[in-house]
Design a protein around this ligand. Structure first.
Ligand SMILES: Cc1cc2nc3c(=O)[nH]c(=O)nc-3n(C[C@H](O)[C@H](O)[C@H](O)COP(=O)(O)OP(=O)(O)OC[C@H]3O[C@@H](n4cnc5c(N)ncnc54)[C@H](O)[C@@H]3O)c2cc1C
Length: 494
């Protein structure tokens, strides 16, 4: 068995692990990082950017939101069911973390954005804040999915420059516990050789359990591929969470980071984006179930879909509406989806139908469309009739949807897509305090053990706060920094 030693061991080099490793190394700690895959960055390589509040970019963009305001908004949203001290410390650090990424690590940001904007009459309770710092992708251009890879690469380079030692393709299998304290890890290198690595502190950052169908079912109740179609980023199998539990960690509520999406959506991205409009949304019975002007909040919509029969929803457009979107652009513009969606809509739709992809379709009549999609025919026809009457009257008597979006469904061909509950990954599992030290069920610190990122992220209560966007990456970056700084403060005090 190979033996190694360090001041701090970081288990995994995803976003939170990279942030912890970079911070530990720049604080002079001998830092050893074990990463299971052959690449750093984890799920963060799929995304666009983190939350920050009070960053220089924000101030220069005239965004006046303060960390204190965000904290209160967050705690109101979560009904104080989460660790207020942790939320407070995270938000108050988040602005300086963006400045650190820019000034010290060399990450470039294109600007700061909100995830969505709500219509005037619903804004008071559902609008988003400008907290999402969008990373300039490698090679420049319009930021889109995967832009944040530029950030994880820079963080990796910076951590290495500061002296962090990365052991790639070397998964950690367990924690070494002696006299109730965590003193190291057992890992296995790519040749199958076991490594016993010892350190004063271990920071676990393995990215949750989004690729573990059994854990998803046991911990959240969703069935992967049936009632949830989440991103399953390879490697997110809940290993770090289980290691912490085995070392005596307490458990937190565990949820999926819910949104809605088409199954295998990255291969059907035009369809996924083009239907996300405040047109007519119905459930399997053909009935409307939410004011469609709220669908840009993908968490709320995912929750609403999850409570419908069959946990799915159908979006219906007619040719008139499609023509309007083609001419004037969509009602809701997505930051993520391509801008030319409607130009290529028919081509993509025909391609998907021909390939037997069952989640989109078109038909000359509503009855035919309902049959093809599996919606109750009579229910849909009755709902459309009622909806069209309300459109003609200019008022949504059912949900008071913004009248600008009250457009009748009347001219064939008709188009539909079946949306499902989706998720970016999992959230929560390991109980921590505001320093990210791991706690037992009854709140005692397990010496030497920290947990950061999504493995420890139970600050959102039952639903991801899309109103403060970039929040998962924001928590990952800041929890990583906070844990490493706490370790450094102890090591450097000796
Ligand atoms: C499509 C998509 C888009 C997203 N966009 C955004 C966005 O724009 N803004 C935002 O805030 N959030 C976004 N997110 C969420 C965000 O990317 C994640 O919350 C974040 O990356 C999680 O960071 P983490 O450090 O917890 O885990 P990850 O970054 O996922 O890293 C986990 C790492 O752990 C490694 N690992 C696992 N087990 C072991 C083991 N036993 N030993 C060693 N290594 C191990 C994995 O290989 C991986 O490298 C997005 C997610 C997806 C899927």
């Amino acid at each position: 068995m190979k033996k190694m030693e360090a001041d701090v061991i970081v288990v995994a080099a995803g976003l939170s692990g990279l942030s912890a490793a970079a911070t530990a190394a720049e604080n002079g700690l001998k830092t050893l990082v074990f990463e299971k895959s052959n690449n750093t960055g984890g799920a963060a390589n799929m995304g666009m950017g983190p939350l920050g509040i009070g960053s220089r970019i924000q101030r220069q963009s005239m965004v006046a939101l303060t960390p204190g305001e965000a904290f209160r908004k967050h705690m109101f949203y979560t009904h104080y069911n989460v660790n207020a001290r942790l939320v407070r410390d995270y938000y108050f650090k988040s602005g300086s973390t963006i400045d650190w990424l820019e000034d010290t690590v060399g990450v470039q940001f294109a600007g700061v954005e909100r995830m969505f904007t709500a219509p005037e009459d619903t804004r008071a309770y559902s609008d988003g804040e400008f907290t999402w710092h969008i990373v300039v992708p490698e090679g420049g251009g319009r930021p889109g999915p995967r832009a944040a890879t530029a950030m994880t690469k820079k963080l990796t380079e910076y951590a290495k420059e500061q002296g962090a030692d990365f052991q790639m393709e070397t998964p950690v299998k367990s924690l070494i516990v002696e006299d109730g304290a965590v003193v190291g890890v057992i890992a296995v290198d790519k040749n199958g050789e076991e490594i016993e690595a010892r350190a004063g502190s271990v920071i676990v950052a393995t990215g949750g359990f989004g690729e573990n169908p059994q854990m998803i079912q046991e911990c959240t109740g969703f069935e992967y591929g049936k009632t949830i179609h989440n991103f399953a980023i390879p490697g997110m199998r809940g290993e770090g969470i289980k290691m912490c539990w085995a070392a005596g960690a307490g458990k937190t509520p565990m949820i999926m980071e819910i949104m809605y999406q088409l199954p295998d959506n990255m291969n059907h991205f035009v369809m996924d984006g083009a239907f996300r409009q405040p047109c007519l949304w119905v459930n399997r019975d053909g009935q409307r179930f939410m004011p469609e002007d709220q669908i840009a909040n993908t968490t709320f919509t995912g929750n609403a879909i999850a409570s419908q029969p069959g946990k799915c929803a159908f979006i219906i457009m007619d040719s008139k509406l499609l023509k309007k979107y083609k001419k004037h652009g969509p009602d809701i513009i997505s930051r993520v989806h391509p801008l030319n969606m409607y130009e290529v809509f028919e081509e993509e739709l025909e391609r998907d139908i021909a390939a037997g992809y069952e989640n989109v379709n078109k038909a000359d009549t509503l009855e035919e469309l309902a049959e093809k999609m599996g919606i109750d025919v009579e229910g849909l026809v009755a709902q459309v009739e009622e909806y069209n009457e309300m459109c003609a009257a200019g008022f949504d008597e059912l949900f008071e949807k913004d009248r600008h979006y009250m457009e009748p469904i009347e001219k064939g061909p008709f188009y539909a897509c079946r949306q499902h509950v989706g998720a970016y990954g999992s959230l929560g599992g390991v109980k921590v305090n505001h320093k990210l030290q791991v706690l037992t069920e009854d709140g005692k610190v397990i010496p030497g053990l920290y947990c950061v990122g999504t493995d420890a992220c139970s600050i959102f209560g039952d639903s991801y706060p899309f109103t403060l966007p970039g929040n998962t990456m924001g928590f990952c970056l800041n929890s990583g920094r906070m844990a490493a700084e706490d370790v450094a403060s102890k090591v450097n005090a000796w």
